[in-house]
Write a protein that binds this ligand. Structure first.
Ligand SMILES: NC(=O)C1=CN([C@@H]2O[C@H](COP(=O)(O)OP(=O)(O)OC[C@H]3O[C@@H](n4cnc5c(N)ncnc54)[C@H](O)[C@@H]3O)[C@@H](O)[C@H]2O)[C@@H](O)CC1
Ligand SMILES: Nc1ncnc2c1ncn2[C@@H]1O[C@H](COP(=O)(O)OP(=O)(O)O)[C@@H](O)[C@H]1O
Ligand SMILES: [Mg+2]
Length: 283
C-alpha cells in the first residue's frame, strides 16, 4: 500500500490563488443541505466555513425552523427553506450550484431519507456527503449506485464502520475502504488523527491538525471547506486533500493562541484566513 504524504510543497502545487479579476459570480455557488430541529448549528457552521474558504455565493437549504437562525448567524449566506418545520422533506431548488453538500445535522427521519433518495436519482452536480447522509446510505446501500463518479464521502470512524462494516486491524480498515472506494468510484475522506484521503488504491495522508479539533462541529466545518473548493472548480481529489490540510492547519496555527481546550469549531472558521495565507505566501 503506497501512501502519499501531504507536505506543504505538495499542497501548494494543488492550490490556486484567486484571479485578480474574479467576482462573486466566478468564485462558485455552493449549496449546503443541512440541519434539523436542534442541529441547526451544523448548517450554520458548514455554510459559514464554505463562504470563508473563498466561495462566491453560498446558499443553505434548511428546514423552516432554520430560517431566522441562518439569516441572523450568517447574513452573507442565502437561505432556502424546506416546507417542513423541523426536518428536510424535499430537496428541490431553482438555483444552479457548482457543488452540493448534504448531511451535517440532517437527521434520519423517513421523509428525509426519501428526500435524499429522490435527490440522488436526479442529481448531476458534484456532491459531498457527510454525517446523516452517510448514515442514511449505510442503511440503504442500494442507493450507493446512484452516486456520481468521484462523489466525496467524509465519514468519521463510526460513520465509516456503518458504511463498510467492522474491521479487526488498521490494514483491514484500509483494505475495506479502498475496496469500497473502487466499487462505488467515490473519494473517501477517512477522518481521524491523522485523516487519510482514499481514491481507489491511492492513499493520501494529511500532515496537519491536532487534538484541538476533537470538538463538536469540527467535521461540519470540514464539509463546508471541501464543498467551497469543489464549487471553485477544484477537482474533487484536490478539494479533499487541500480542504483537509487547511482544516488541520487552522488548529496548528491557532494552538499557541487558544490552546487545545478553548478551541471550538468556530475557531477553525476564524483561523481559515491565516491558514490560506501560509499557502499564498509560498506561491
Ligand atoms: N452544533 C450542531 O448542530 C452539531 C451537529 N452535529 C450533527 O449531529 C449528528 C450526529 O453526529 P455524531 O457524529 O455526533 O453522531 P454519530 O453517532 O454518528 O457519532 C458518534 C459516535 O461516533 C464515535 N466517534 C466519533 N468520532 C470518532 C473517532 N474519531 N474515533 C472513534 N469513534 C468516534 C463516538 O464515540 C460516538 O460513539 C450529525 O448530523 C452531525 O452533523 C455534530 O456535528 C455536532 C455539532
Ligand atoms: N485528535 C485529533 N487530531 C486531529 N484531528 C482530529 C482529532 N479529533 C478530531 N479531529 C478531526 O475533527 C473532525 C471531526 O469530525 P466529526 O467527527 O465529523 O465532527 P462533527 O460531526 O462533530 O462535526 C475530523 O476532521 C477529524 O479528523
Ligand atoms: Mg460529523
Amino acid at each position: 500500500m503506497d501512501t502519499l504524504y501531504s507536505t506543504k510543497s505538495e499542497i501548494v502545487k494543488r492550490y490556486n490563488p484567486i484571479d485578480p479579476k474574479a467576482h462573486k459570480g466566478t468564485q462558485g455557488h455552493a449549496l449546503i443541505v443541512a440541519g434539523s430541529y436542534g442541529k441547526m448549528g451544523a448548517a450554520a457552521l458548514s455554510s459559514k466555513a464554505c463562504l470563508k474558504s473563498g466561495c462566491g455565493l453560498v446558499t443553505a437549504f434548511v428546514p423552516k425552523c432554520g430560517y431566522e437562525i441562518l439569516q441572523i448567524s450568517n447574513p452573507e449566506v442565502m437561505t432556502i427553506t424546506d416546507e417542513q418545520e423541523k426536518f428536510i422533506s424535499n430537496i428541490t431548488f431553482d438555483i444552479k450550484p457548482q457543488a452540493i453538500a448534504i448531511g451535517p445535522g440532517l437527521g434520519q427521519e423517513m421523509i428525509t431519507q426519501n428526500a435524499l433518495h429522490q435527490f440522488l436519482k436526479n442529481n448531476t452536480v458534484p456532491l459531498i456527503l457527510d454525517a446523516d447522509a452517510l448514515n442514511i446510505l449505510s442503511s440503504k446501500k442500494e442507493w450507493l449506485s446512484l452516486l456520481q463518479s468521484k462523489t466525496i464521502l467524509t465519514p468519521h470512524p463510526k460513520e465509516l464502520e456503518r458504511l463498510i462494516g467492522k474491521w479487526n486491524s488498521d490494514e483491514e480498515k484500509f483494505d475495506k475502504t479502498i475496496a469500497f472506494s473502487k466499487q462505488h468510484d467515490v473519494i473517501i475522506v477517512m477522518k481521524g488523527a491523522p485523516t487519510f484521503i482514499i481514491d481507489g488504491a491511492v492513499i493520501y495522508e494529511n500532515s496537519t491538525g491536532n487534538s484541538a479539533l476533537a470538538t463538536a462541529g469540527s467535521g461540519d466545518v470540514l464539509t463546508g471547506i471541501i464543498t467551497s473548493l469543489v464549487a471553485q472548480a477544484y477537482q474533487p481529489i484536490n478539494a479533499s486533500i487541500l480542504g483537509v490540510y487547511l482544516h488541520g492547519l487552522t488548529a496548528d496555527v491557532a494552538l499557541p493562541e487558544t490552546g487545545h481546550h478553548a478551541f471550538i469549531a468556530s475557531d477553525i472558521i476564524n483561523y481559515l484566513g491565516k491558514a490560506f495565507l501560509t499557502l499564498e505566501n509560498e506561491k
